[in-house]
Design a binder for this molecule. Structure first.
Ligand SMILES: [Zn+2]
Ligand SMILES: [Zn+2]
Length: 303
């Protein structure tokens, strides 16, 4: 592949016939040899696709030619080639699975009642004006934050996006309800929904980082408030914003800083945990710490 590229975008807009959009998107992406994941729902589209630059450009042009997707904010990044195992284009009840289909209202202007969108520059302005009062709230799964997050961000205890409702209703974060809270996620889509859910539950001043960490990293690299690596859901596993970025995560075996996630060798578990390249090469710590510390599991693994 000459110049592998990955595009990430979403559009919240009412789609009366998601199945027709699914079929069109599948035919389009397949005809261009793209791989990755596209989710279509009655509320819009969420796509992450990779391929050679010319084909990806052709895909973007065709997708934007459909009026409801004309304003799609496309985030480009460099791939490594063959970044996704296959092409998957599906219709789902929700673009991101919070389990709250009834709570979200989508019009041609997008999600209604969400947090105020702040681009990277506007975010810095808010931080300049309000300083330490501002709280970052991570809208991703807790695991993703192990290798990178905004400075002093609150990382909710979430294994999947479905866990957010219980977290924000738990009372743990009630002290944030009268503070300026900035939610952030990879490309911004999870915050579109999360910020509505938070506002509906009494968080008064909610902002969402427009374009997500991807756009912020493009703008400020490692010179702003972001620390570490960005977890991504493709073969790259993580991306850094320029030279000098260092993961904030540590190898569970030796403690070295590393952004490398591996899967637990216990097939019943398969949890991802951090292990550095050296320890991987040496065959150390084949299981996650939970499995390694569980005597029954250790016995089973020993045969
Ligand atoms: Zn190590
Ligand atoms: Zn495990």
């Amino acid at each position: 592949m000459a110049t592998p590229k990955i595009v990430l975008f979403y559009v919240f807009t009412p789609l009366p016939d998601p199945e027709a959009v699914r079929l069109w998107q599948h035919t389009l992406a397949q005809s261009l040899g793209l791989k990755g994941r596209v989710i279509v729902s009655k509320d819009g589209i969420n796509a992450t696709l990779g391929g050679d630059i010319d084909e990806v450009k052709a895909y973007v042009r065709a997708t934007k030619s459909y009026e409801p997707f004309r304003k799609a904010d496309i985030k480009w990044s460099n791939g490594q080639g063959d970044d996704f195992p296959r092409l998957s284009v599906k219709v789902r009840p929700e673009l991101v699975t919070f389990g709250t289909t009834d709570e979200i209202t989508v019009t041609t202007d997008g999600v209604q009642g969400g947090g105020v969108h702040l681009g990277p520059g506007a975010l810095h302005k808010l931080l300049d004006e309000r300083g330490d009062e501002v709280v970052f709230f991570d809208g991703r799964n807790a695991m993703e934050a192990q290798i990178g997050k905004f400075r002093d961000a609150i990382v909710p205890d979430t294994e999947t996006t479905r866990d957010f409702i219980a977290e924000i209703e738990s009372g743990k974060y009630d002290d944030l309800k009268d503070k300026p809270v900035v939610t952030y996620c990879t490309g911004g889509i999870r915050c579109e929904v999360l910020s509505v859910l938070m506002k509906n539950r009494g968080f008064d001043e909610v902002y969402q980082l427009e374009g997500g960490i991807v756009r912020y990293g493009e703008t400020f690299g490692n010179t702003g408030y972001w620390d570490g690596s960005l977890y991504v859901f493709d073969k790259r596993m993580h991306v850094e914003f320029g030279e000098g970025a260092e993961s904030i995560g540590h190898c569970v075996e030796c403690g070295t800083r590393t952004p490398e996630f591996v899967n637990c060798a216990n097939l019943e578990c398969r949890k991802q945990y951090l292990r550095c390249a050296e320890c991987t090469a040496a065959g150390l710590q084949p299981e996650c710490t939970d499995c390694a510390e569980d005597p029954a599991l250790a016995e089973a693994a020993a045969g």
